[in-house]
Write a protein that binds this ligand. Structure first.
Ligand code: DX5
Ligand code: ZN
Length: 220
């Protein structure tokens, strides 16, 4: 069953010279904090490692939702847990059979999710949904913030919603990339529970108000 919508601001779009202030501004309004980890191999960009996650843990009680865009995330699960991550999501394109990494994440006490890129069919994750707390549907090619929402992924969200509901699973559907006032409603209508928003939250004058406007855009 679809749950109340939750907003996960993506720190990738924050001003890293003032990360503490940026997080403090969104903390009372956000439900999770989305942290993009990039290794320069799986995606053509570098972003955020263990020390930044540990610093975030010291300044916020929001659950840290760590999106691992890396080729060997299994090597870092313990360190991520120690740094204070709550949930890690790994790409099905990296682990076509994710049973082992799911078990490893659970063993160190992390929540676990799977991510699918825009070209990847939802069938790739269906056999493994019950191993997860969350399936993250990318609505842009991973690697950079500020890209345009790919509405062709909405069909995948709809299909996943049906799959999860008909199996009576509690898995969250998260959507990431290009979520703003013009796109969030369609993602909600398709069945998403968790909405990652970078540019549309942190690249505004008032990130707290921006989150509340995103919430409103789902109900009006
Ligand atoms: C892209 C990242 C996203 C990114 C979203 O690879 O996974 O989380 O921060 O940024 P916006 O909301 O600007 O599209
Ligand atoms: Zn992300």
């Amino acid at each position: 069953m679809i749950k109340p919508p939750r907003i996960a601001p993506s720190v990738l779009a924050a001003d890293f010279s003032r990360l503490g202030e940026e997080v403090a501004r969104v903390e009372p309004h956000a439900d999770l904090l989305h942290v993009d980890v990039m290794d320069g191999h799986f995606v053509p960009n570098l972003a955020v490692g263990i020390p930044v996650i540990a610093s975030l843990r010291r300044i916020t009680e929001l659950p840290l939702d760590c999106h691992l865009m890396t080729l060997n995330p299994d090597r870092y699960l313990e360190a991520l847990k120690e740094a204070g991550a709550d949930i890690v999501t790994v790409h099905i394109e990296v682990f076509p059979d994710p049973a082992d990494i799911a078990a490893q994440a659970r063993a160190v006490g992390l929540g676990f999710g799977l991510v699918i890129n825009p070209p990847t069919p939802v069938q790739a994750v269906e056999p493994f949904v019950e191993l997860t707390d969350m399936v993250l549907v990318m609505s842009v090619d991973p690697g950079f913030g500020g890209q345009q929402f790919d509405q062709t992924v909405l069909g995948k969200v709809e299909r996943l919603r049906k799959f999860i509901d008909s199996a009576a699973l509690g898995t969250d559907i998260e959507i990431d990339g290009g979520i703003d006032l013009t796109t969030i409603r369609s993602a909600r209508d398709a069945g998403a529970d968790v909405f990652v928003a970078g540019t549309s939250v942190f690249r505004t004058d008032d990130p707290a108000a921006a989150i509340e406007e995103l919430r409103e855009a789902m109900i009006v």
